[in-house]
Design a protein around this ligand. Structure first.
Ligand SMILES: Nc1ncnc2c1ncn2[C@@H]1O[C@H](COP(=O)(O)OP(=O)(O)OP(=O)(O)O)[C@@H](O)[C@H]1O
Length: 268
């Protein structure tokens, strides 16, 4: 099997370049995992449907499979740095059933503290919804929106409602299966959603009060007010923001920096 042969080469390469981590972009057969764990000192990271980081040598990350390769590698780099599993300047080896490569890790715009330790499944779920909204739009129109997750008390201090809050008094959680359509429907409103770190939607149609001049935002040029607001609120608070541009591009911000940029429409 291709992944069997390639994983063997990945281990050899990792040992040759003194890398500490091998990343499987798709889950390998169990015996490959156990062989690497018992015969080497390497940490194995597997991208798949399961998220489990308790075992420090066999780490399972669930990252949406629809993301492009670059974004997946960026997210994994951020994770490895954040967890202290790799240092800046070191490399990890990645492997799938059709390719193998070496990825040097840099602490760049994409590598940001705290992304993986907070509200993982909530952010993941909202990312899924943003991907669907990007591809589908709503009633024939492209949709743009912002989801702000976590540190709700502080987020509220830096925002105000632009319209009566449709979620007031309703217990709607992004992790509930049947909440997706409601969220997509209200994504047509102007402004941002405020979501607790446990996934409860507290408000929609919220204006984020962000003054970019007073914040040291390190953003790529050309982003408009929606994106500056999304980035800014993560600088002012400990929240994570997911923005969807009307152009279909999804971005994740944390600490005022962009962690991920991805346009699912590009593949269609
Ligand atoms: N501070 C803010 N808080 C919440 N929503 C905002 C804020 N600023 C702008 N928006 C929303 O973003 C929308 C688009 O604004 P603008 O075109 O300037 O942003 P953009 O970053 O270029 O977004 P897009 O790429 O979707 O066009 C506004 O109509 C408004 O709904």
């Amino acid at each position: 099997m291709a992944i069997d042969v390639l994983s063997q080469s990945a281990v050899e390469i990792a040992e040759k370049i003194n890398s500490r981590v091998v990343l499987f972009l798709e889950a390998p057969p169990k015996e490959i995992e156990s062989r690497i764990l018992s015969n080497t000192e390497l940490t194995v990271v597997v991208i798949g449907p399961v998220f489990d980081v308790r075992n420090r040598r066999l780490i399972r990350l669930s990252i949406p499979l629809t993301l492009d390769r670059e974004s997946v590698l960026n997210l994994v780099s951020a994770f490895l740095l954040e967890q202290g599993l790799i240092k800046e300047g070191e490399s990890f080896v990645y492997v799938s059933s059709s390719e193998i490569g070496i990825r040097p890790v840099k602490r760049n715009l994409f590598a940001v503290n705290g992304f993986f330790s907070q509200s993982r499944s909530v952010v993941q779920k909202l990312l899924e919804i943003a991907i669907e909204l990007s591809i589908e739009g709503r009633e024939g129109h492209p949709i743009g929106t912002i989801f702000v997750v976590g540190d709700v008390k502080n987020v509220m201090k830096h925002s105000h409602s632009m319209l009566p809050n449709p979620f007031k008094g309703h217990k709607i959680n992004v992790l509930d299966r049947n909440s997706k359509e409601i969220i997509k429907e209200f994504a047509q409103l102007d402004g941002a959603f405020i979501v607790s770190s446990r996934g409860r939607i507290l408000a929609a149609g919220v204006y984020l009060e962000v003054d970019p001049k007073s914040l040291d935002l390190r953003l790529p040029p050309g982003l408009g007010s929606r994106h500056i607001a999304a980035a800014g609120i993560t600088k002012l608070t400990k929240a994570t923001a997911i923005s969807l541009s009307e152009s279909g591009t999804i971005r994740i911000f944390k600490n005022g920096m962009m962690l991920l940029e991805y346009n699912p429409r590009m593949k269609y």
